[in-house]
Design a protein around this ligand. Structure first.
Ligand code: SF4
Length: 323
């Protein structure tokens, strides 16, 4: 069986965020914005990566009017205009952008679509939870609307669920059913991340128990039963001790792995090297590098028009990354 991964560079465009998720160690209170020069330097260091993963706090301008002002001074009417410019910068340097910008309206998705290989938004859980009580963007209906609109726009999409944040087993199954239903309707979900909650010091949930290995394996098995077969199941290799039991349980993707940047959401968890991953496969699985858009969507040419030339160069006949 094939197990895929993508070589990426992680760009934390801004850590400012309108939400206050109780488990988050990424968000900062102040106004934060990565400048163009720093992004360029980061990209230039990541020569072997194909994917530029843009990730950031959600709609920070809503709580930081100063950020709006700052962007205007730099010549950008909105944060999204800045993101598009940084997407273009990445493309010009040979990278395929994948942007995870939090909840977006249809017109905002349309703005990002041409300059991205794919887009993403974690559903997390399709039910209301206490840890999201200060996070307007984590209302399930708001997130489902974004994923649905991406489907209407035929954007290859990454989503996922976060395990161990106060949800029940029933909630997990329900959340996976919601994703499966969206995919059955639009066919645009390329992968579903099954991510384990990791307690962060200084957060409201620093003493909250993390999900056990058994719970995680059970959820991966459940995901494989519920999700259509053409949707990959991703397990973050830096957040679990050994990927092998997860692959046996049905996971078949390891997500983005960076040689130059940490996982800014879980900075304490280092990426394993490709050699370490190869060893964990115990000779039972074949590791293949993919692009941030999955082979199926490469063949269907469902990616942003501005990345088509790069994808032509980077992809092989099967839609994987050319070796
Ligand atoms: S988890 Fe994401 S949405 Fe929630 S506070 Fe942190 S950056 Fe914002």
């Amino acid at each position: 069986m094939i197990v895929t991964y993508s070589r990426n560079v992680f760009i934390p465009l801004t850590r400012s965020c309108r939400n206050k998720c109780w488990y988050c160690g990424f968000r900062v209170e102040n106004v934060d914005l990565m400048d163009k020069e720093s992004i360029k330097k980061l990209l230039e260091r990541a020569k072997s990566a194909k994917e530029a993963l843009f990730t950031f706090g959600e709609k920070p301008e809503q709580v930081h009017p100063e950020l709006k002002e700052k962007l205007r001074t730099l010549g950008y009417p909105s944060l999204l205009d800045y993101v598009v410019e940084m997407n273009k910068l990445a493309i010009n340097l040979g990278f395929l952008p994948h942007t995870n910008a939090g909840v977006l309206e249809k017109d905002e998705l349309m703005k990002l679509k041409p300059f991205n290989a794919s887009l993403g938004l974690m559903l997390e859980q399709a039910v209301e939870l206490d840890c999201h009580s200060e996070s307007p963007g984590k209302k399930p209906e708001v997130r489902i609307r974004t994923i649905r609109n991406a489907g209407k726009l035929r954007i290859p999409f990454t989503t996922g669920i976060l395990i161990g944040i106060g949800e029940t087993e029933y909630d997990r199954a329900y959340s996976l059913e919601v994703i499966a239903e969206l995919h059955r309707e639009f066919g645009h979900i390329q992968e579903v991340i099954i991510q384990n909650f990791k307690a962060k010091k200084g957060t409201k949930m620093e003493n909250f128990p993390e999900p056990s290995l058994e719970e995680m394996l059970k959820t991966v098995k459940l995901a494989r039963q519920i999700l259509p077969k053409d949707v990959a199941i991703q397990i973050p290799p830096n957040l679990v001790e050994d990927i092998y039991p997860f692959l046996k349980a049905g996971a078949n993707d390891l997500g983005g792995i960076s040689e130059v940047t940490p996982d800014y959401i879980n900075p304490e968890a280092r990426w394993p090297s490709i050699d370490q991953i190869e060893k964990s496969l115990r000779g039972e699985f074949v590791l293949r590098e993919r692009l941030p858009v999955y082979p199926k969507f490469v063949k269907l040419k469902l990616f942003g028009s501005a990345v088509s030339e790069l994808i032509e160069v980077y992809s092989d006949d099967d839609g994987y990354c050319r070796s």
